[in-house]
Design a protein around this ligand. Structure first.
Ligand code: UTP
Length: 295
């Protein structure tokens, strides 16, 4: 049984400075819900309800978000705003979170290693705090099913444009059946000509506890950080690792363009916003085209 999910949310978010100087990118709103809440809900829907946040000094708003805010609840109650009250109460009762500090931002691999004392000797999920996955199937749930069958680590991958491979961890794989593959090799952010495939690691991992042993000896990698991809590569020396290829939409909210496209798509999913927002978009695009002579 998989009971624990590690959500690393301690990164600097340099690609989004200066917005991330005082505000965690994981708390950026997708309309009215912070990114990290989507990820917590994904874990809970998969039946994983011990959420371990690996956090840092500048990430306090995340802790407040999942805590009870009695003053706000009292205010909403007095104002008769029952729907909002229900929503706010639900968030604080979603999960009993566990917070651990990553004192130095030494990379995703290091952030996962910091969680070892809480995870202990059991398999666990790692879900990146700035990647939303939206599809019919819950990816974490599917990864757990594969773990239950094979008893080994599983990483979620998706196809990316060849031009984009240098932004991701890339895997080479052997197909087994349907959406399941065996991982043969992994490389973090390869150059386009050196990428073994266009299958990119999405930001959802199910890892056996042996990964901790590997993380302790993983040398500093790309970007001067301890990379989880490099540790999984070491894990391959001792254990097979499976990959699941997902068809769901992946929203990387950690860059300005990724965040912007996420906002637009989620606005168009919302019945209360769709029509007005679409009209606004059509209008602005046509004005832009007229101004630039594209129409
Ligand atoms: P990213 O590489 O997307 O986050 O890591 P970052 O380092 O904050 O971003 P940039 O590159 O500076 O813009 C993926 C996830 O891992 C966490 C981040 O918070 C993010 O959710 N992370 C990363 C940590 O928890 N600790 C780290 O040392 C690095």
């Amino acid at each position: 049984m998989i009971r624990k999910a590690v959500l690393p949310v301690a990164g600097w978010g340099t690609r989004f400075l200066p917005a991330t100087k005082a505000m965690p990118k994981e708390m950026f709103p997708v309309i009215d819900k912070p990114v990290v809440q989507f990820i917590v809900e994904e874990c809970l829907h998969a039946g994983v309800d011990n959420i371990i946040f690996v956090t840092g000094r500048h990430k306090r708003p995340i802790e407040h978000h999942f805590d009870i805010n009695s003053d706000l609840e009292k205010h909403l109650e007095q104002a008769g705003k029952d729907d909002l009250l229900k929503n706010v109460r639900e968030i604080s009762r979603l999960t009993n979170p566990i917070y651990i500090r990553q004192k130095e931002q030494l990379g995703l691999g290091h952030a996962v290693l910091v969680a070892e004392p809480v995870v202990g000797n059991e398999p666990f999920i790692v879900a990146l705090g700035d990647v939303i996955i939206d599809g019919e199937e819950n990816v974490i749930k599917r990864m757990i099913e594969i773990y239950e069958r094979f008893g080994k680590s599983v990483i979620a991958v998706f196809e990316v444009d060849k031009e984009m491979v240098s932004k991701y961890g890339i895997v080479s794989v052997k197909h087994i059946e349907e959406d399941i593959y065996l991982v043969e090799d992994l490389v973090e952010k390869p150059k386009k000509e050196e990428a073994p495939s266009n299958l990119a690691i999405v930001g959802r991992y199910l890892l056996t506890p042996k990964i901790f042993e590997k993380l302790k000896v993983t040398p500093i990698g790309k970007g001067g950080e301890i990379q989880l991809t490099d540790a999984i590569r070491l894990l391959l020396e001792d254990e097979v690792v499976y990959a699941i290829k997902i068809e769901s939409k992946v929203y990387d909210t950690g860059t300005p363009l990724g965040y912007l496209t996420t906002l637009v798509e989620y606005a168009l999913k919302r019945e209360d916003l769709r029509d007005d927002f679409l009209r606004f978009l059509e209008d602005i695009v046509s004005k832009y085209n007229q101004q630039t002579g594209k129409a």
